[in-house]
Ligand binder design. Structure first.
Ligand SMILES: *Cc1c(COP(=O)(O)O)cnc(C)c1O
Length: 395
């Protein structure tokens, strides 16, 4: 939604021109207004472990209510470093190679503001998480999308190489990938690594869904590939890992130079992130590793429930390898435009989904794609499917 532009004094800054209201706010408001089942925005409808909530309450009562250090509390940074060692064999100095951010969203913002100069090119996988677009623009960067093409949504190494120029500053990667559900495999990751090493590029990799991977797919952090630890900034977050999206505790890990650049920008954004939640997330990382395995197992069942139901609607469904989203092509229902489909859906069926075209520069690739979230209780997914199956969804 554009800001008020009728009076000169109220006009928004030009840096916001062309950056729409995030589609998630628009569609979640529509869901509330129409009483629809919200299969749009990707937030879980069940909170994370009760023991982690108790840890937050304990920290609040224990007086952990003033500014945390900008870089993050020592306990949380130690827990993040231990997590990276335990899962991936990565060795990090918690004092120089780990920084706590206000969600991965701030990690993305601070990474781009701290590393990208005006005119620098940023290669980004398309469809992209929408905050990437806004923050590349705020930094004065130029985005160079590389499309993961339907139906498989794989990365084409030739297209990736072709997107890199002498002005490329960094590669912005996301795996497991929102919204397609692609988990980049070893060959795809190796292509990214080969290119980054050959062209001496920095890689920022958004791995917030690192533990939400299904079947026998495996999440491989880019930083674990040879030659990558020294050029990779890895972002993650307790929001997706522990189902506390409202807490906004994320982190970045990588070599001290890159972490320092991110922190240089972060100190002027939020300065520091919620103190009692940092204590609770440190507790979660140390004591609740079982949570995300159980979450993944239950999400896989909900994925199968949603995808089977969607397939009965005469849409093409991409069964995701990770994350909590499934993507469909709605053209067989007669819709060329997924935005029109999603705007009609609350009235037709009482369901909200997200038009994936919001995540594309190349509209021919994304116009007809719709994203559905399955991080919802099974009865919510079933109710959504019942409504969809009872409705006339033809264009
Ligand atoms: C949810 C999400 C984020 C934002 O994470 P927060 O910790 O909530 O700020 C970043 N990247 C991707 C791909 C996401 O899906």
């Amino acid at each position: 939604m554009a800001g008020p532009q009728n009076r000169q004094g109220n006009r928004q800054a030009r840096r916001l021109d062309g950056i729409p209201t995030t589609i998630f706010s628009t569609m979640s408001a529509l869901a509330v207004r129409t009483g629809s089942v919200n299969l749009g925005q990707g937030f879980p409808d069940v909170d994370g472990p009760p023991g982690v909530v108790e840890a937050a309450v304990g920290a609040l009562r224990a007086g952990q209510n003033q500014y945390a250090p900008g870089i993050g509390t020592p306990d949380l940074r130690a827990a993040i470093a231990a997590h990276q060692r335990r899962h991936y064999g990565l060795d990090l100095d918690p004092d120089r190679e780990v920084v706590v951010t206000t969600g991965a969203t701030e990690g993305i913002a601070a990474a781009l503001l701290g590393l990208v100069d005006p005119g620098d090119e940023v290669v980004v996988l398309e469809p992209y998480y929408d905050s990437y677009v806004a923050m590349i623009a705020f930094a004065g960067g130029v985005r160079r999308p590389v499309t993961l093409r339907a139906p498989g949504f794989r990365l084409d190494p030739d297209e990736l190489r072709a997107a890199v120029t002498d002005r490329t500053r960094l590669l912005l990667v996301n795996t497991p990938h929102n919204p397609t559900g692609t988990v980049l495999g070893r060959a795809e990751l190796q292509a990214i690594a080969d290119l980054a090493v050959a062209r001496d590029l920095v890689v920022v990799t958004d791995e917030v869904y690192e533990h939400l991977v299904f079947d026998d797919h495996e999440h491989v952090p880019l930083a674990t590939l040879p030659g990558m630890a020294e050029r990779t900034l890895t972002l993650s977050s307790a929001g997706k890992m522990f189902s506390f999206t409202g807490w906004k505790i994320g982190w970045a890990t990588g070599p001290a130079g890159l972490v320092g650049a991110l922190l240089g920008a972060k100190q002027w954004l939020s300065f520091s992130s919620g103190t009692p939640f940092q204590a609770a997330v440190a507790h979660a990382l140390e004591h609740e590793a079982g949570f995300y395995d159980e979450l993944t197992a239950s999400l896989q069942k909900r994925r199968d429930l949603l995808c089977a139901g969607l397939a009965e609607l005469d849409v093409d469904v991409r069964v995701p390898e990770g994350t909590y989203f499934a993507t469909t092509d709605v053209r067989r229902l007669g819709w060329e435009d997924g935005m029109a489909f999603c705007l009609a859906l609350p009235e037709r069926a009482g369901v909200v989904a997200i038009p994936a075209q919001a995540f594309y520069d190349d509209l021919d690739e994304g116009r007809h794609l719709v994203r559905w979230a399955f991080c919802k209780e099974p009865d919510v997914i079933e109710e959504g499917l019942r409504r969809l199956q009872a409705a006339d969804l033809r264009a």
